[in-house]
Design a protein around this ligand. Structure first.
Ligand code: MG
Length: 232
């Protein structure tokens, strides 16, 4: 039968904190505030869809170590605006700054986040492992009501490397005083979360809310966090 889990480690972005909706909400405000429509961007949907494509591509390069964080952050808006022939370094800089400031203040969570954390916290040690900056992630926790719900928090900034590097998971287990056989990790990104935690010897819950194609080899795969009620 299954292992005896004592500690459950959660990813934050797209797993508990609804990154996509929060990002969209932030960007909708900025789209109007900066008058992007008047500058030649046809509509918000076109802008947001293109932003997501550009940002995802840059993030993939960042995770692969091909570009650094400043290149990711400073490069994305000029690249997005290129599509509509907008060349405005100041605008790109300002909108990026505001996006970074305002985004983490959004409160949207994935369905059943609070319910599942309240349920699990009675039975397990609950922890967070996130690729991101300590201060930014702390703002997200405060804004969304997640603050205080984790025994330990591990950010890639503190460890110095990003998931899927096993050192992030090892650091988190040490902090939690847990062993791989007593640990399980919940995350939405197959390569970063499932492969990363597996390489660290930890069982995995692959949270796949959009039913994306998956190798199907995670310890568990769920579409809704509420499914963890019956698994744990
Ligand atoms: Mg994630």
């Amino acid at each position: 039968m299954g292992k005896t889990y004592k500690h459950i480690f959660f990813d934050l972005d797209h797993t508990l904190w609804d990154f996509a909706s929060n990002s969209r909400r932030t960007m909708a405000v900025l789209f109007n505030e900066f008058g992007l429509n008047r500058l030649g961007v046809p509509d918000f949907e076109a802008f947001m869809n293109h932003y997501e494509v550009v940002n995802d591509a840059l993030w993939a390069q960042y995770r692969a170590g091909e570009i650094d964080k400043p290149t990711l952050r400073n490069g994305r808006f000029p690249k997005v605006f290129e599509r509509w022939h907008i060349v405005d370094a100041e605008l790109s800089y300002e909108i990026n700054e505001r996006y970074l400031q305002d985004g983490p203040k959004q409160s949207g969570l994935m369905p059943n986040s609070i319910e599942i954390l309240e349920y699990l916290t009675e039975r397990y040690g609950i922890h967070l492992i996130t690729n991101g900056f300590k201060e930014v992630q702390a703002t997200k926790l405060r804004s969304s009501g997640l603050e205080g719900r984790f025994e330990t928090i591990t950010t890639s900034e503190e460890v110095g490397v990003l998931k899927p590097n096993v050192r992030v998971f090892e650091y988190a287990m040490k902090l939690a005083n847990s062993l791989p056989e007593h640990s399980i990790y919940v995350g939405d990104h197959y390569d970063t979360d499932v492969v990363g935690s597996r390489n660290a010897g930890i069982d995995q819950v692959f949270f796949n809310p959009h039913g994306n194609e998956s190798p199907g080899d995670a310890t568990f795969e769920i579409k809704d966090l509420g499914e963890m009620l019956t698994l744990f």
